[in-house]
Ligand binder design. Structure first.
Ligand SMILES: [Zn+2]
Length: 121
């Protein structure tokens, strides 16, 4: 598994990552700093798996997730006039920022102009 992507990361806010990606980033940095690369990679993964009491596949999945979230193209809120950047760990199906993802904003988008009806008295 290649970890050279760790070198080229732009500044980022770790809090935006999903929990798994945060764990994966920690694992990847640990592997990288301990020079568990090439043939020693498997050894490093086993060590981390035992440390976290998890399966080796889980550790590898965390690292892949960290890689994916940290190297993907930035995505932006689809609401007109907003364009806020979505968090790094946002699901790929997510289209709106926090402000525009809520129920109120959703209703607003789908609401037709209300027909005014004369009140009966
Ligand atoms: Zn927005």
């Amino acid at each position: 598994m290649d970890l050279t992507w760790l070198h080229d990361l732009p500044p980022f806010n770790k809090d935006e990552l999903s929990r798994e990606a945060r764990l994966g980033l920690g694992a990847a940095r640990h592997m990288h700093d301990a020079k568990y690369v090439g043939n020693d990679f498997g050894y490093g993964v086993r060590e981390l798996a035992s440390h976290h009491s998890r399966d080796e596949r889980t550790i590898r999945r965390w690292i892949r997730k960290a890689h994916d979230e940290l190297t993907r193209e930035p995505r932006f809120c689809k609401e007109k006039q907003c364009g806020a950047r979505l968090p790094l760990g946002a699901r790929t199906s997510r289209r709106y920022c926090d402000q525009h993802a809520g129920n109120a904003a959703r209703v607003q988008r789908h609401r037709h102009p209300a027909k005014t009806r004369r009140a009966r008295n």
